[in-house]
Design a protein around this ligand. Structure first.
Ligand code: NAD
Length: 345
């Protein structure tokens, strides 16, 4: 049996906990260390997974030569510096979303990963959800024909995150609703479309609900954003996202609808992902709920990470895709600031 990959979790909030569970379920990993500034967070993870080493600061964990791979589940402003340090110390890296604060940081991560020949993978776990995997398979098999447009949205009516205090401070988060939850749906729609190269977009971002944030928190981020993104090959994604917005209650949550030449796929329905085909004038199309895979979520994400480390696969969301994703987010903010459409080079 191949030796287990020894993993350290950096940041033991909700995402760190989900990563640890994913590694345990995926098999082939051994959780050996956790780092978090908050003792109770790391101790809870140690108890749950039999982890023996604990560190307060991320950098102390990185100095441990006994660790092969790390999950970086820290506030956004620490993704790039800690990833660069992890790569420098020869570790494979899984990084929470968003990839970084901006595309420049993501490019530095890409360059370091190439130099050190280590795996960088971004933890956009939506790609590994049950409905999402089923949608990907159906689209890849061509059941919807050529998919040329997507409607993607993740809108909360009221749901501004605070975490340990950094989410609404742009200098630490890089942005608000767009970079925090919009990134999930943008990434998913882009993935389902086959990751065409983004070429330009028009975007608008709003900050209208700063009054919902406690007074002692810095709050200078978008609480809603909208964009129409153009891709090579005449494809497009319309994106909507909010931490807070006045909307009809049934609009709360996620939408990802893919439109193709032969059919459509609706990812989020009460039946899971549904494929619609046989469109005829005056008739309902045929609706086919899509079969879901067994291995899902963080366990599937970590299994893919393991296969990449073992050289059996290349990351479906690696260093290069992280740069492209950040380029789209940067461009949406730039378009909103300038009032102009922005080209992506
Ligand atoms: N994929 C998802 O669905 C999802 C959900 C929530 C958050 N996230 C992402 O995960 C990351 C963390 O978010 P969160 O909700 O856990 O935030 P949080 O503020 O709740 O937790 C951050 C943790 O990092 C720790 N930390 C900060 N600096 C540290 C350092 N130098 N060394 C060690 N530990 C340090 C803090 O003590 C804290 O426990 C963010 O990038 C966020 O975007 C992803």
């Amino acid at each position: 049996m191949a030796e287990a990959i020894r993993v350290g979790i950096i940041g033991a909030g909700w995402p760190g906990t989900a990563h640890a569970k994913g590694y345990a379920e995926a098999s082939g990993f051994k959780l050996v260390a956790v780092a978090d500034l908050i003792p109770s967070r790391r101790q809870a993870m140690m108890r749950e997974h039999g982890i023996t080493k604990e560190f307060a600061d991320a950098k102390d964990l990185l100095a441990d030569k006994d660790i092969d791979a790390v999950s970086i589940c820290l506030p956004n402003y620490l993704h790039a510096p800690i990833a660069l340090e992890a790569l420098k110390s020869g570790k494979h890296v899984m990084i929470e979303k968003p990839p970084a604060m901006n595309a420049n940081e993501a490019k530095k991560i890409q360059a370091a990963a190439e130099k050190k020949k280590k795996i960088v993978m971004y933890s956009v776990q939506r790609r590994f959800g049950p409905a999402e995997q089923a949608a990907k398979q159906a689209i890849a098999k061509g059941y919807a024909g050529e998919v040329y447009h997507a409607r993607a949205s993740y809108t909360r009516t009221r749901g501004i995150p605070l975490g340990t205090g950094w989410f609404t401070d742009k200098s630490k988060s890089g942005g608000g609703a767009l970079i925090d939850i919009g990134v999930h749906m943008l990434d998913l729609a882009w993935f389902l479309m086959g990751q065409p190269r983004p070429i330009g977009l028009y975007g608008m971002a709003y900050q209208r609900f700063g009054n919902l944030v406690p007074k002692d928190h810095i709050c200078n981020c978008d609480d809603a954003a909208f964009a129409l993104i153009r891709f090579e090959g005449g494809k497009s994604i319309e994106l909507a996202t909010s931490w807070a917005i006045n909307q009809p209650p049934h609009q709360e949550g996620t939408v990802c609808r893919m439109y193709g030449s032969e059919g459509a796929v609706d990812v989020y329905t009460s039946q899971g992902a549904v494929l619609y085909r046989n469109f005829k004038q005056g008739e309902q199309p045929k609706a086919t709920p899509l079969k879901q895979p067994k291995l899902i979520g963080h366990a599937a994400l970590m299994r893919h990470f393991k296969e990449c480390i073992q050289g059996k696969a290349t990351p479906i969301i690696g260093a290069q895709e992280g740069v492209q994703l950040m380029q789209m987010l940067d461009a949406i903010y730039k378009s909103s600031d300038t009032g102009k459409s922005v080209e992506i080079k």
